[in-house]
Design a binder for this molecule. Structure first.
Ligand code: FE2
Length: 430
């Protein structure tokens, strides 16, 4: 007797009509027909069932603070940082925890069950870190939260930046962050990368830096990050977030850079919604897109995943916690619209980001954690196209959220009926 069986699901790898049996919080079997009974069943006929979405780059200390203390008038990254600097002294642990928990509630209904958040360590009070550690403890039964000690105002540039980041790690932050392009000089940026990689190596921690979030083609800290990764033996444990300057770099230089990143086994996290909103702001026309070279990085075999980065905060007034919205934007900005490319983008939102975060037991194979999402879509391409409804969200074999299917009632005479944007509407394609 199983705890739960999902019947006749489509899987992200293209298999159709699969039963998934769950026992004791784990996937016990995946097969075309499982002739057994379970305490509960979910009919997933024609629906895509996927492991949960994973957001490897977010700012949970800033989320849902839109309008506090005022709106970002220019819409730029730099005004966002200045605005966050105005808000920061007024932050309290209670308010931070409350906003973050509300975001996590939203995330769960969107099938988003693992998030890596950067947490600003610039204010020596470190209420941000205290609050996010509390949130991590409270959401642990249903959402994996990782905390990056992130020196938003610069590791060297901010007063007490060095000491505050170290204290954040002592308090329990999981990952060493950085922001080399925001240090005072290129030299200090380079030095910050070296020091932070050494710190990570000494403490046995991963690294995840905001790196070269700039349109400046000469912002090349990613090169240093790759070199220091190899120097300190951190291969596979280092992530370059944003890397937007790569968009503007000379292509000959990039042909040397990408192999260095491969040697470092660097994880790469573009943030399509934020990159397309914030980059290219100094351009008149033509305006650069500003997202890093996703297609080329994937082709080189690098592990590319995508982050949501912001939802309703000083940098971004949009966002809904839906990683399919992130992938939808990635498809457009990277111009990756073929079936294979959409499949690769879906994988970036799930298995690639799980790999970036080092999640254990993630996936659809027997023995993996029974963490699953049933989507109102037939396959990954349709899920991305429709930003599909997350019909059911399952954690360790237990249903923790569900949302009714989006079905329109058409009332036009002669055409009346129920319109499900997925099943029975779109043409079949293979
Ligand atoms: Fe970020």
């Amino acid at each position: 007797m199983f705890d739960l069986i999902l019947r006749q699901a489509n899987l992200p790898d293209g298999r159709k009509g699969q039963d998934i049996a769950i026992l004791d919080g784990k996937i016990a079997e995946v097969a075309p027909t499982i002739a057994a009974v379970a305490r509960d069943e979910i009919d997933a006929t024609g629906r895509l069932v996927t492991p949960p979405f994973v957001d490897p780059h977010f700012h949970m200390d800033a989320t849902l603070s839109l309008g506090l203390p005022r709106m970002n008038r220019s819409g730029t990254l730099l005004e966002g940082i200045a605005l966050w600097g105005e808000l920061r002294p007024t932050l309290t642990v209670d308010a931070l925890v409350d906003r973050a928990l509300r975001y996590c509630d939203l995330a769960v209904t969107q099938g988003l069950l693992a998030i890596r958040t950067h947490v600003d360590t610039s204010d020596p009070r470190l209420v941000t870190v205290e609050a996010m550690l509390e949130v991590k403890r409270r959401v642990a039964p249903y959402l994996d939260l990782q905390i990056v000690a992130f020196p938003q105002d610069g590791y060297y540039r901010a007063k007490d930046g060095v000491a505050s980041l170290t204290r954040a790690l002592d308090m329990g932050a999981d990952i060493v962050g950085g922001i080399p392009h925001f240090e005072r000089t290129m030299d200090e940026g380079r030095a910050s990368v070296e020091t932070l990689c050494r710190l990570a190596a000494d403490r046995g921690l991963p690294v995840d830096m905001h790196c070269d979030e700039s349109d400046d083609p000469l912002s090349r800290h990613v090169e240093t990050l790759a070199a220091q990764t190899v120097r300190f033996g951190l291969q596979g444990r280092v992530t370059g977030s944003h890397l937007t300057s790569m968009h503007s770099m000379d292509s000959y230089y990039v042909s040397k850079l990408i192999p260095l990143m491969v040697e470092a086994q660097m994880n790469v996290i573009p943030n399509p919604l934020i990159n397309i909103m914030l980059q290219g702001r100094h351009d008149t026309y033509p305006k650069r897109r500003g997202m890093t070279r996703v297609r080329e990085l994937m082709a080189a075999g690098l592990n590319v995943s995508f982050g949501h980065d912001c939802v309703m905060d000083p940098w971004y007034a949009m966002g809904s916690g839906d990683m399919l919205e992130v992938g939808h934007m990635a498809i457009h900005v990277a111009q990756m619209g073929s079936l294979e490319e959409k499949s690769a983008i879906f994988q970036a939102l799930t298995t690639n980001s799980a790999r970036t975060m080092g999640l254990q037991g993630y996936g659809l194979a027997k023995g993996c954690n029974a963490d699953l999402v049933v989507l109102q879509a037939r396959d990954p391409a349709e899920a991305l196209r429709l930003k599909a409804v997350k019909l059911a969200v399952i954690r360790r074999g237990r249903l923790i959220a569900h949302t009714p299917a989006r079905v329109g009632e058409l009332l036009i005479e002669g055409r009346a009926g129920r319109i499900d944007p997925s099943v029975g509407f779109a043409p079949d394609y293979e």
